[in-house]
Design a protein around this ligand. Structure first.
Ligand code: NAD
Length: 399
């Protein structure tokens, strides 16, 4: 019998939903590169219901308990007397979503003597100290591709919201105004702008494809260059450095994982290489950016706008300056946890658990760490080390 600790975000303030806005949940047949959607033997939830909050339990209870396992579900993960720390000493598997991450630090690894696997229900396993996972021979897996396209949609929405000054204009209407000049004095067309993505993996490439019909000039940098045919098809300009990309881009979007090479890659120094008045959209990870450098760049006008849904740590303190800085279009971390995406990653977690308990191999594309090494997507997209430093600050958030 294994003990599984599942850390999920809280239910809606009004309670778990009893009805939904839509009746069906259209899903793609396959992901763009041909990868299949998750293939568990069965699921015990109705696609379209809220699965990512505590009462949704990722639809896992029936499966786990009928196989004799113990499931603990909690949102309590930070600060003194949190449930996660209490349950860790005999936990075999810890599962959490990047939206409400269970920060698996070296201190927690030291407590979790029976830990064998950490599953990210979503994409992005930087909330786990990957160095400690390698040293403790703990497998880290995530549900690759489950929400990459969902995030790309959020990126395009955020770029348009910033460039066209949508949110302040919407606010004038709800305030009872008709202040056209106030709205348009910061409003531009995206057409003909230069848009650059830092990383052109699953999300970054999707962003490039979605933006192509806007008649923009597309740029990218990545440690893996795209095939020549793709560069030609999308008329892409490749940059080997961040400086070269940001010098020409009117809009910069960050789509790489957080790992020691990318932590704080956007800082006071690198922001100097941006065009004055550039827009920065970051749905990848908050810690790719230096928090205070972003605020200063918006205040000075070096950046014309900043948008995204990722913060560090999560949840961010109630007085985190990104909540109130000028010209921002921030949301809580939501882009990858639409009801559509939840159905995919809940099924993906079930697939990973079935493989684990039945001693079948977990898909290589789901692996981040295995057998003490970066593996699968982890070997392709991450570097060794730890990016969880400072995560204890999540305890500052008060509900
Ligand atoms: P992916 O593995 O397909 O792509 C990552 C790309 O980043 C790869 O092409 C890799 O070569 C590149 N890369 C890594 N280090 C780099 C560096 N130092 N410089 C330049 N490029 C580098 O992953 P993906 O599905 O595209 O997701 C990317 C990241 O987006 C995730 O790791 C996660 O942090 C974030 N994400 C956020 C959400 C959300 O809800 N906001 C959801 C999914 C993923």
């Amino acid at each position: 019998m294994a003990k599984i600790v599942l850390v999920l975000y809280d239910d809606p303030m009004d309670g778990y939903p009893t009805s939904y806005a839509r009746d069906d949940l259209p899903q793609p047949e396959r992901y763009p590169d041909g990868q299949t959607l998750p293939t568990p033997k069965a699921i015990d939830f109705k696609p379209g219901v809220l699965l990512g909050s505590v009462s949704g339990e990722l639809g896992l209870r029936q499966y786990l308990e009928s196989n004799g396992h113990q499931l603990i579900v909690t949102s309590s993960k930070d600060g003194a007397s949190n449930v996660l720390d209490k349950e860790l000493p005999d936990a075999e598997i810890v599962i959490s979503q990047p939206f409400w991450p269970a920060y698996m630090t070296a201190e927690r690894f030291a407590k979790a003597e029976k830990l064998k696997m950490i599953v990210t229900a979503g994409i992005g396993s930087d909330h786990t100290d990957l160095q400690a996972a390698m040293e403790h021979n703990v497998t880290v897996a995530e549900v690759t591709y489950c929400n990459s396209n969902a995030v790309a949609e959020h990126v395009v929405m955020s770029i348009l919201a910033l460039v066209r000054n949508f949110i302040p204009s919407h606010n004038w209407i709800t305030k009872g105004g008709w202040n056209i000049a106030d709205c348009v004095s910061r409003s531009y067309d995206l057409e003909a702008m230069n848009v650059g993505t830092v990383a052109a993996g699953r999300i970054g490439l999707r962003v490039l494809r979605l933006l192509k019909p806007f008649d923009v000039k597309l740029h990218y940098m990545d440690r893996h260059r795209l095939p020549e045919a793709v560069e030609k098809e999308l008329d892409l300009t490749y940059h080997s450095t961040l400086e070269s990309l940001t010098k020409v881009s009117d809009v910069v979007t960050l789509n790489c994982p957080l790992h020691p090479e990318t932590e704080h890659m956007i800082n006071e120094k690198t922001l100097k290489n941006f065009k004055r008045g550039a827009y920065l959209v970051n749905t990848a990870r908050g810690k790719l950016c230096d928090r205070d450098a972003i605020v200063s760049a918006l205040e000075s006008g070096q950046l014309a706008g900043y948008a995204g849904d990722v913060w560090f740590p999560q949840p961010p303190a109630n007085d985190h300056p990104w909540r109130t800085m000028p010209y921002h279009a921030m949301t809580p971390h939501i882009s990858g946890t639409s009801l559509s995406a939840q159905a995919r990653y809940a099924a993906g977690v079930r697939e990973i658990l079935e493989c684990y308990f039945e001693n079948r191999p977990i898909r290589n594309e789901y692996l981040i760490v295995q057998n003490g090494q970066l593996a699968g997507v982890g070997a392709h997209s991450y570097s060794k080390g730890n990016a969880t430093g400072g995560s204890e600050e999540a305890a500052k958030f008060k509900k």
